[in-house]
Design a binder for this molecule. Structure first.
Ligand code: DON
Length: 564
C-alpha cells in the first residue's frame, strides 16, 4: 500500500514537472500593474491598498497597514510593541526607522536573575516585567509626519471603523487563540476578550481599541504617550507588577537610522541596522557565501546547505558577541562586513565535514567596547517601497492584555541577554553588548529588506520567526536570484536554519529530500526537523522586468496580497 502511494506520488510529480517544462508556467502570486501591499491579514492589506488607491503613498500605507494589523492580527500586530522599517523612495533615496521597544527607566542589568544569579524562568517572557516601552505608535507618527502625504484622519478612520465593526476569525486564528488561552488565564487577573471560545467565522469586535485609536485621531502621538492612554497603561502595568511609568511613555521617541547596505553579485541589499542584527548578519552571511556558485550546486542541495549553514554559524557567533543597541555599545559594523574579515572567517570551511560550533566563537576584532512578529511589504504607484517588520515578540507578547485599552503588551525584554551565555526563548545567546540597561533597546533579528538590481527596485521582503528571520530573508532572496524562482515560489520553498548554538540545522518538516538529509547526517551535521515545523512566514513583492508587481504571501499563515 505504502508502495502504491509512493508510485502515485512519483507520477503526480512527474506529470507536474512535465507540464511545467512544456508550458514553462510558474506559480506566481498576485500580479498587479501599479501598487501592492502584502501582509499577514487580508483586512490590513486591503486598508493599506485602499489608502494607495486614494492617492496616498507607501508611507501613508505603512501607517495604515501597521495600525490595521494591530486590529486584525492581535497575535503580533500591535500598539503594545515595536518594529523597524526600511524604505527606498522612487528617486533612490533610502532610509530606516527604529521604533523598537526600550527598557524602562528603572530596569536593571540583573532584573531577571534570582539571588543566586540564575535566570528566573518566565520572568522575561510572561506578564508585566517582560514589557518593554512600546514604540509602534511613535514609529507610525514619525513616518507619517516626515514622509506621508494624506491627512492622518484619512488613515485612521478606516482602522477605527474596522475595530468597531470587528474582524472575522480564521481557522488558523481559532487554533492559535485556543492554544494560548491557558497562558492568558495564567497572566491576566480578570477575564479578557480572548478567553471566549472563538470559532472560525465568528466576528471579534474591538470597541476599547477603537477608543484608544480615536485618541490618536484627537491628539496624535501624544494620544498614546501622554494623557488618558498613558495614565491607564502605566497604572495597568504597575498594578500587574511591572515597572513602566508615565515618564517612560512620555520619553519614548522613534529613531531614524542609516540602513545597512551591501552588494551581493549585481544586487544592492538595503536592510535594517542595529539595534537589529538583521542587516549586519544578513550581510555577513551573504558576503561569506558570495564566492560559491550556489546556482550550480542547486536549490536545497547538500552543497548549498553546507555553504549557507557554515556562513550562518559564523555570523550568529558574531551576532551574539558584537551586536546590541548602537546608542549604548560600539559595534564594528564596517569590519564585520568587510571582505578581508569575512574571508578569514570562512577559513577552515570544507565540504568534507562540518565546522564545530565549539571551535568557532566570535571573530577577533580589536574594539573598545564591546512566536510572534509580523512583516508587511508595500510598493506604491509612484515607485516608493517600504519593508516593515513589527512585533510584540512572543505570540500575543507577554499575554498581558489591557482590556481598557484593547491591546496586548509585548514581552520584548526577553530579547535582551538576561545573563551572558543563557539562551532566550529563541535559543540565541548574547553577551555584554546586549545586556539590560535603562532606556536601552534590546537586540532584534528583524530584517526588513529592500533589494535593488542595476539601480532599480527589485524586491521588498521580510518575515517573522525570531532568530530564523535573518536566514528566511536570506533564502527568499537567494531563491529568486540564484534559483530563478517567482516571488511566490521563493516564499513557499522549504527553509532551513542554523544559528551557531545549538549546533544543528533546523529544517521544515517534510520539506527536504531524505537523501539530502542522509548525506548531511553522514558528513556529521545534526538535523532537527522536529522543533521548527515552520521557519518564517515571509511576505514580499517582486518587481518584474516589465515593471509589473508580483506578491509573495506566505501560505504558512493567512497572509494576503492586495493591490491594483
Ligand atoms: O526582534 C526580534 O528578533 C524578535 N522579538 C522577533 C520575534 C519573532 O519574530 C517571533 N515570531 N515568530
Amino acid at each position: 500500500m505504502k508502495h502504491l502511494v509512493k508510485i502515485t506520488l512519483f507520477f503526480f510529480l512527474l506529470i507536474g514537472c512535465k507540464t511545467n517544462q512544456k508550458t514553462n508556467v510558474k506559480a506566481r502570486g498576485l500580479m498587479t500593474q501599479k501598487a501592492m501591499v502584502v501582509s499577514a491579514r487580508e483586512e490590513a492589506s486591503k486598508i493599506g491598498s485602499d489608502i494607495l488607491k486614494k492617492g496616498g503613498n507607501a508611507f501613508d500605507a505603512m501607517a495604515a497597514t501597521e495600525l490595521a494589523l494591530a486590529v486584525s492580527f492581535p497575535y503580533a500586530g500591535n500598539l503594545g510593541g515595536g518594529g523597524f522599517m526600511v524604505y527606498r523612495k522612487a528617486n533612490g533615496e533610502i532610509g530606516a526607522i527604529d521604533y523598537r521597544e526600550k527598557a524602562p527607566l528603572s530596569a536593571t542589568k540583573n532584573m531577571f536573575l534570582d539571588g543566586n544569579g540564575n535566570v528566573i524562568p518566565g520572568k522575561s517572557t510572561l506578564g508585566a516585567m517582560a514589557i518593554g516601552v512600546p514604540g509602534t505608535v511613535a514609529g507610525v507618527f514619525a513616518v507619517h509626519e516626515k514622509l506621508g502625504s494624506l491627512p492622518i484622519e484619512d488613515i485612521l478612520k478606516p482602522i477605527i471603523e474596522l475595530a468597531y465593526k470587528g474582524v472575522v476569525v480564521t481557522k488558523k486564528q481559532e487554533s492559535r487563540i485556543k492554544h494560548y488561552q491557558p497562558f492568558f488565564r495564567k497572566v491576566n487577573k480578570d477575564s479578557i476578550i480572548f478567553d471566549k471560545l472563538w470559532k472560525e467565522n465568528d466576528t471579534i469586535k474591538y470597541p476599547a481599541l477603537a477608543k484608544t485609536l480615536e485618541r490618536l485621531l484627537e491628539h496624535g502621538k501624544d494620544g498614546f504617550y501622554k494623557g488618558e492612554t498613558a495614565r491607564t497603561l502605566a497604572k495597568f502595568i504597575q498594578d500587574n507588577g511591572g515597572i513602566i511609568t508615565e515618564d517612560d511613555l512620555a520619553k519614548y521617541e522613534a529613531k531614524w537610522r542609516t540602513p545597512i547596505v551591501f552588494q551581493y553579485d549585481d544586487l544592492k541589499i538595503i536592510s535594517m541596522s542595529p539595534p537589529s542584527s538583521g542587516g549586519v548578519s544578513l550581510g555577513q552571511i551573504m558576503k561569506m557565501i558570495e564566492p560559491y556558485d550556489l546556482h550550480t550546486f542547486g536549490h536545497n542541495s547538500v552543497k548549498s546547505i553546507q555553504v549557507i549553514t557554515e556562513a550562518e554559524r559564523r555570523a550568529y557567533a558574531d551576532r551574539s558577541y558584537f551586536l546590541g543597541d548602537p546608542d549604548f555599545v560600539d559595534i564594528p559594523v564596517e569590519t564585520l562586513l568587510s571582505k578581508s574579515y569575512l574571508t578569514k572567517r570562512m577559513d577552515g570551511f570544507s565540504f568534507e565535514k562540518p565546522t564545530s560550533s565549539n571551535d568557532i566563537a566570535h571573530g577577533t576584532i580589536q574594539i573598545v567596547e564591546s512566536d510572534e512578529t509580523t512583516h508587511y511589504s508595500i510598493i506604491d504607484q509612484f515607485g516608493n517601497a517600504i519593508s516593515a517588520t513589527t512585533t510584540i515578540n512572543g505570540a500575543y507578547g507577554s499575554k498581558l492584555y489591557c482590556s481598557d485599552l484593547g491591546f496586548f503588551l509585548n514581552n520584548e525584554m526577553d530579547d535582551f541577554s538576561s545573563k551572558p551565555g543563557v539562551p532566550n526563548m529563541f535559543g540565541v545567546t548574547g553577551g555584554e553588548a546586549n545586556s539590560i540597561a535603562p532606556q536601552k533597546r534590546m537586540l532584534s533579528s528583524m530584517t526588513p529588506t529592500i533589494v535593488e538590481k542595476n539601480g532599480k527596485l527589485l524586491m521588498s521582503v521580510g518575515t517573522p520567526g525570531g532568530s530564523t528571520i535573518i536566514t528566511s530573508v536570506l533564502q527568499t532572496i537567494l531563491n529568486v536570484h540564484e534559483f530563478n524562482m517567482t516571488m511566490q515560489e521563493a516564499v513557499d520553498a522549504p527553509r532551513f536554519h542554523h544559528q551557531w548554538l545549538p549546533d544543528e540545522i533546523q529544517m521544515e518538516v517534510k520539506g527536504f529530500d531524505i537523501n539530502t538529509i542522509n548525506q548531511l547526517r553522514k558528513l556529521g551535521y545534526v538535523i532537527n526537523e522536529k522543533e521548527s515545523p515552520v521557519i518564517g512566514k515571509v511576505d514580499g513583492i517582486l518587481v518584474l522586468k516589465d515593471e509589473s508587481l508580483e506578491g509573495g504571501a506566505d501560505y504558512r499563515g493567512d497572509d494576503t496580497a492586495v493591490g491594483f
